[in-house]
Design a protein around this ligand. Structure first.
Ligand SMILES: [Zn+2]
Length: 485
């Protein structure tokens, strides 16, 4: 995510208190993954998405699995939700038509021994399988559900010009040492952690709608007043879409991939389309190839500046040109640090946000024509971080400067932005100056290669850098909050 739009608001509130070839993501024989086959129909009048998911679970754990757990992210939008999907600072911008609600209702689950909705906030669907699934074996279930969409400029909802379909289906929870991780919808950060899977998604939309999706279109047909379009995507940890009756599109080639810009208003500025294509090429040649055949850059109603999904990024349609450039590059960097290389976004939010921010610095440093300089970007991160530190010391007596903590342990967007984005960026800058240019980028390439399509641990990030230089102490100093910035 990019939260630049909220910084000013949150800061003000706080202060008043005081070109490479694409490598295919294709499955190999040994490389079996779970898969989602989703059939979803949008009802414009009702603002609902009715869908069926045929989910094939492949047990890639070492344990026998008897139950599967899925996140029902859409339920955070319901009236009685304990966890709001947007923070107080974003709420008025997000609920553009006043407070209203949605929800995700599961109608039935087939081919199972039973199912129930539970979790901390009715956010978890637990399905008991007919029989245990042993390692490397698979099981198939089918879930029918209806997603009701609130009028909201946020990840999932009817925005002013478009319908945002982020997190629109039951997503298998990531499996950890403690079993499936059941995370509530924290409004701060991106509370989503999931394993890579394959997708086969069919949308039935009223005629006239255009869909921007994570997938590559494989077929399209009309039936009465509807258009039925099918998409596929392999080896991705999520699948998102944005639909609109007003979308126009412009397409650009970047390496072997195709970037399509979707917008309801004016065509994006040339500089922003260039920034998208050039950053995709720069990150491919610096860290490792972008592996998806397409990338959708979608301008839509959003209360933050941008939001990343595999092969799709949502960009707020309400940004000035320079903020658009920055946001697009930050979100495209997430294709490396989040989409291809996953991490624990709930407990280590800085691991992908810090890297996305620092990759953005590296891109603009190589492309001075955009007008951002490394000195200026580092300067503004330091300045913002020090302001946060001083304000939080005044308010709470002591600012918590630790980085490895849950999204639930942050007091505000403002604190999260400064720890995950600004301090994260500064940690990577310090690593680069201590290790030297060559070793720093080699370490990042190693980190990319050894964690591609996985959920990278904190330890694997440390190990990638420590392989080239004695930096464990330096990283720990930042992460444990001992370093003074
Ligand atoms: Zn981000």
């Amino acid at each position: 995510m990019d939260m630049k739009k909220t910084i000013a608001i949150a800061a003000a509130a706080a202060l008043t208190l005081a070109i490479l070839p694409v490598t295919a993501c294709k499955k190999t024989q040994e490389d079996k993954r779970s898969s989602y086959c989703i059939n979803a129909a949008y009802d414009e009048e009702e603002k609902t998405l009715s869908a069926e998911v045929d989910f094939t679970y492949v047990n890639d754990t070492q344990n026998e699995i008897t139950d599967l757990c899925f996140e029902l992210w859409g339920n955070a939008y319901r009236r009685d939700a304990k966890y709001s999907p947007v923070s107080d600072a974003q709420a008025s911008a997000a609920y553009y038509a006043g407070k209203n609600y949605g929800g995700e209702e599961v109608q039935k689950v087939e081919n199972c021994a039973g199912w129930e909705i539970g979790g901390e906030d009715e956010n978890i669907l637990t399905v008991t399988l007919n029989e245990p699934v042993y390692p490397e074996e698979s099981a198939q279930i089918s879930i029918s559900y209806t997603l009701s969409l609130a009028d909201i400029n946020h990840r999932t909802g009817v925005a002013r010009e478009c319908v945002n379909l982020g997190n629109f289906y039951p997503v298998l929870c990531a499996y950890t040492e403690e079993g499936f991780a059941k995370t509530p919808y924290y409004s701060i950060g991106d509370p989503f952690v999931s394993e890579c899977a394959d997708y086969d998604v069919t949308f039935t939309l009223p005629a006239g709608y255009v869909a921007a999706t994570s997938g590559k279109q494989t077929s399209s047909s009309t039936a009465g007043d509807s258009v039925i379009t099918r998409y596929t995507l392999e080896n991705a940890r999520d699948f998102a879409a944005v639909i609109s009756k007003n979308f126009k599109t412009t397409t650009r080639k970047a390496g072997e991939s195709e970037i399509t810009f979707y917008y309801a208003g004016q065509e994006p500025p040339l500089s922003c389309m260039n920034a998208a294509a050039e950053s995709l090429e720069y990150f491919s040649s610096t860290f490792g190839a972008y592996c998806y055949p397409t990338l959708s850059v979608v301008y839509t109603g959003l209360s933050v500046s941008g939001m990343e999904y595999p092969a799709l990024t949502m960009i707020s349609d309400d940004l000035d040109e320079q903020t658009q450039q920055y946001t697009i590059v930050h979100e495209i960097a997430h294709q490396w640090w989040y989409a291809m290389v996953g991490s624990d976004q709930v407990n280590r939010g800085w691991q992908d946000e810090g890297l996305a921010e620092y990759s953005t610095v590296c891109f603009f440093e190589k492309h001075p024509e955009y007008g951002f300089t490394r000195t200026q970007m580092l300067g503004s991160a330091i300045k913002a971080y020090r302001a946060y530190y001083s304000v939080y010391n005044q308010i709470f007596g002591k600012a918590d400067t630790t980085m490895n903590r849950s999204l639930g342990e942050f007091a505000s967007d403002y604190e999260y932005i400064n720890i995950a984005y600004n301090k994260g960026l500064l940690l990577f800058e310090t690593l680069r100056t201590s290790m030297g240019e060559e070793k720093f980028f080699k370490a990042l390439t190693d980190y990319f290669n050894s964690n591609r399509f996985k959920i990278a641990t904190y330890e694997s990030l440390v190990a990638a850098f420590a392989h080239y230089h004695d930096v464990e102490g330096l990283i720990a100093g930042y992460v444990d909050g001992k370093v003074v910035i």
